[in-house]
Design a protein around this ligand. Structure first.
Ligand code: MV4
Length: 501
């Protein structure tokens, strides 16, 4: 079904970005570099936002709540038609994995810069995804990969698979609707709870069973697929440092994969993409255990928050490739042209207070000074004097650093954090200092339980003192050093422009 309005004379002149904040800006920067005009949409809460000022044109689409603005696909398409837009980039979150929206965009004769509604739909259901990849021999967690409601039957299967068992809601996501069952005696009660929870939370009580992997690492692989049958993977990102299913720190490559396992996971990722006739940028998520056994979990059919670490180690601009693919052009490179160069870290800087259980700390950013320098990339969506609205995700920025080695990337991250000044709201910057100093993190011996196992606000206090000392020493060193270290204008491995507007 060639629903694309693409033809070789039509190179996409104007793109609307159906998103806000840092990701809207990030997409528009690449569009501009490619000579494409940009259209921003914004809610009444975002009138003064950088993404609105950066765009060539901007349209207000409604009141602050997402349900009345950034989730209003109809209004967004209407604006796109009125302004003669020929491509819509959805960013992440909001409408990015909404198959109906993707379909409505294409029906309006506009290119959806992302996969087909068909791929989005399949991968949107964990069970459909498992069924789709079945013929490709992708490793999956032992269990039962179909919905089950019969408790007695489920118990029998659980016994065969072996405890502990994880019951997952088919319609769940982000850790919602999961229940661990440690032993057979608890199975019936837990399953009944899981079903009724799934019913009330998702309106769909179907659940499935998996062996519970107790201390996994979360490793995902980036994939790009064009409309000419070329599919390549861009290696892995490790996202094990998360808090209640919210990622906080990501890196590429992972410190534990061997070249051999990386190669197999890459091949499997390409096959997952082929299994759903994928097109565009996507990510395949795996759980990896302590023996480096890995298991396919799901596929995310969007550009991910943490995509910059992949860009840093491969030199590929993922948004540029997304746009090229949407225009029907082939990928710029082949698998054998890609290699991992160096190491990248990303810290998500949230307006949340790590001293107060990561409570959102929205309000006005009274002081905002960016760290800058070689090997530092900052993807942000705010400026000094702006207010962080309470209506959306409270992420202020992504601080990304690069190094020849993992320790070098960590070192540069700690320096960058020290030179990042944000006042007026509490942020996760101190939490970043805690993690990047922690032995379990620096040694690479950690799993998805890192935050729960090691983090306390008291540990933060100690780090703050160490941080102050480091900052004082650095300031002295810098003066002596002729400001060379931190004032060199951005030099990314791939020549990334770090310049803000
Ligand atoms: C698991 C698991 C252990 N065993 N599945 C959490 C979110 C969802 N995408 C999958 N998740 C998990 N599935 C089995 N069979 C542990 C998790 C999990 C997790 C996964 C990735 C990153 C962080 C996590 C934190 C807790 C649990």
């Amino acid at each position: 079904m060639p629903s694309k309005s693409y033809n070789s004379d039509n190179t996409m002149q104007k793109i609307l970005v159906a998103n806000r904040g840092e990701i809207a800006l990030r997409v528009m920067r690449t569009a501009r570099k490619m000579g494409i005009l940009t259209v921003a949409v914004y809610s009444e809460a975002d009138r003064l936002s950088p993404h609105v000022r950066y765009a060539d044109e901007a349209v207000c689409i409604g009141p602050p709540p997402s349900s009345q603005s950034y989730l209003r696909g109809d209004k967004i398409i209407e604006a796109a038609k009125a302004l003669g837009v020929d491509g819509i980039h959805p960013g992440y979150g909001f409408l990015s994995e909404n198959a109906s929206f993707a379909r409505a965009v294409e029906d309006a004769g506009i290119a959806f810069i992302g996969p087909s509604p068909f791929s989005i739909e399949i991968m949107g259901s964990k069970l459909a995804a498992k069924a789709a990849v079945k013929e490709y021999d992708i490793p999956m967690v032992p269990g039962l990969d179909e919905a089950i409601t019969d408790v007695a039957k489920a118990k029998e299967i659980a016994r065969e698979v072996g405890f502990p068992i994880l019951i997952k809601a088919s319609a769940g996501g982000g850790g919602k609707g999961m229940r661990i069952v440690e032993e057979e005696a608890n199975f019936e009660a837990q399953m009944k709870r899981a079903v009724s929870e799934a019913e009330s939370a998702f309106g769909d009580g179907s659940v499935f069973l998996e062996k519970y992997i107790a201390s996994p690492r979360h490793i995902e692989i980036q994939v790009l697929a064009d409309t000419h049958g070329n599919v390549v993977h861009l290696f892995e990102r490790e996202c094990s440092i998360q808090r209640r299913h919210q990622k906080v720190i990501e890196e590429a490559p992972s410190s534990i994969l061997t070249p051999e396992v990386r190669e197999r996971m890459g091949q499997d990722t390409v096959n997952v993409a082929r299994a759903c006739n994928y097109k565009g940028a996507g990510t395949v998520e795996f759980l990896v255990d302590e023996h480096l056994n890995y298991y396919f979990l799901e596929m995310n059919t969007r550009l991910q928050v943490e995509h910059p670490v992949t860009e840093m180690i491969t030199g590929v601009d993922l948004v540029k490739q997304q746009i090229r693919i949407a225009r029907g052009e082939p990928l710029d490179f082949k698998q054998e042209d890609l290699q991992i160069k160096g190491h990248a870290m990303e810290l998500r800087v949230y307006a949340e207070d790590p001293n107060d259980n990561f409570h959102p700390s929205v309000g006005k950013i009274s002081v905002y000074r960016r760290p800058q320098g070689k090997n530092i990339r900052l993807d942000d969506g705010y400026e000094e004097g702006l207010t962080i609205p309470l209506y959306y995700d409270p992420m202020i920025a992504k601080l990304i650093t690069f190094g020849e080695t993992r320790p070098a990337a960590i070192h540069t991250m700690l320096e960058a954090i020290e030179h990042y000044e944000i006042e007026g709201v509490a942020t996760t910057l101190p939490f970043g200092i805690f993690v990047f100093h922690h032995k379990a993190f620096t040694s690479g011996k950690f799993d998805t339980h890192f935050v729960k196992n090691y983090f306390t606000p008291e540990a933060l206090e100690k780090d703050n003192r160490i941080g102050a000392e480091i900052a004082a020493k650095l300031a002295v060193r810098l003066q002596e050093n002729n400001k060379k270290l931190l004032k060199t204008p951005g030099a990314y491995p791939s020549g990334w422009g770090n310049g803000k507007r």
